[in-house]
Ligand binder design. Structure first.
Ligand code: FAD
Length: 283
């Protein structure tokens, strides 16, 4: 079975960023991804920009999946956003709890992503919506706010049980964490695909910061090599490509259903990885 690819973007903030993303969509679109997804800022801060980016992607002829986070929102807000997407022909969504922007205390009407998934399914049952294809988030190394891995896994299984079609993982560099997570999820009755989310080493310092914030392990030997390269961008790029290529090779050989790339709105590294791995439609 062939391995599918999907690509994630964040909504650009400037007209230059909007134009650049259109070019990146064309470049990565040549690989015929399953879909492109667009993130949603904490507390809905990018609502209009996410919608605009999603419509640009759909307008270019590709499947687009907006991310939608629920924390801090009311049911009415969420229903309105889903209705807007529905009217515009969007049928995929990545359903998340999200995190509130710092300094915001509004709790809203949803506590967890599972409640958003249930709400979307309920929304359909009332005859007001299409059959949404819903992806949710998974954390092979455990969600950073959860003390106990077993509890996090059970919450994940509950989220899948209430109606998600699949999951995309947080990025990771240890394939055993992914395989173990998938095995455990299967034991809890999860049958849907769990697609690894892969972060190319766009910028080592930035990726290391994300990893520290989100409790993701970068293997010590990779850290040591990367830090030793100092400002040598060519070596960082070459080594990063090798590390991530080997990671993806192991994931694909071990049965991962697809690869979801965190592109950070750039095409070069993701294209190079797909080419090395023979993923997507190749020229
Ligand atoms: P949940 O699945 O609700 O889990 C959150 C926490 O609550 C976990 O610790 C879980 O164990 C716990 N929990 C769940 N259910 C229960 C329960 N019933 N009782 C007690 N505890 C429970 N953030 C954004 O703001 N915008 C984005 O676009 C975005 N995209 C993302 C895409 C992916 C693929 C991933 C992996 C993450 C993304 N995030 C995004 C980050 C995400 O919003 C945060 O990690 C957030 O803290 C958790 O969201 P979730 O949907 O995983 O939450």
């Amino acid at each position: 079975m062939s391995t599918s690819v999907s690509f994630e973007f964040f909504p650009p903030n400037t007209p230059v960023g909007v134009d650049k993303l259109k070019t990146v969509v064309q470049e990565l679109g040549a690989l015929q991804p399953q879909y492109f997804s667009v993130t949603y800022g904490a507390g809905g801060s990018t609502r209009d920009k996410t919608l605009a980016a999603v419509m640009d992607i759909a307008g270019a002829g590709f499947d687009a999946a907006p991310h939608l986070s629920c924390v801090g929102s009311t049911r009415e807000n969420i229903a309105e956003i889903l209705a807007t997407y529905r009217e515009r022909g969007i049928r995929r969504v990545v359903a998340l709890r999200g995190d509130l922007p710092s300094g915001t205390a509004t709790a809203g009407e949803f506590r967890y992503a599972s409640e958003l998934v249930s709400f979307i399914r309920q929304f359909e049952k009332n005859g007001q919506g299409p059959d949404w294809h819903i992806e949710v988030a998974a954390y092979p190394e455990t969600h950073p706010q959860q003390r106990y891995a077993a509890r996090d896994l059970q919450h994940f299984a509950d989220k899948m049980r209430v109606g998600a079609d699949g999951a995309i993982t947080q990025f990771f560099f240890n394939p055993d964490a992914y395989f173990h997570f998938v095995d455990e999820a299967r034991r809890l009755g999860v049958t849907q695909p769990i697609t690894p989310g892969i972060m190319p080493f766009h910028n080592y310092g930035r990726i290391a910061q994300f990893a520290q914030r989100d409790g993701i392990e970068i293997p010590r030997w990779v850290q040591m090599k990367m830090e030793g390269f100092m400002d040598d961008a060519a070596s960082i790029r070459a080594f990063g490509l090798d590390v991530v290529t080997r990671l993806c090779e192991r994931l694909i050989a071990g049965g991962a259903p697809g690869i979801h790339f965190y592109t950070l709105n750039q095409s070069a590294l993701t294209l190079a990885l797909c080419q090395r791995l023979g993923l997507g439609a190749q020229a």
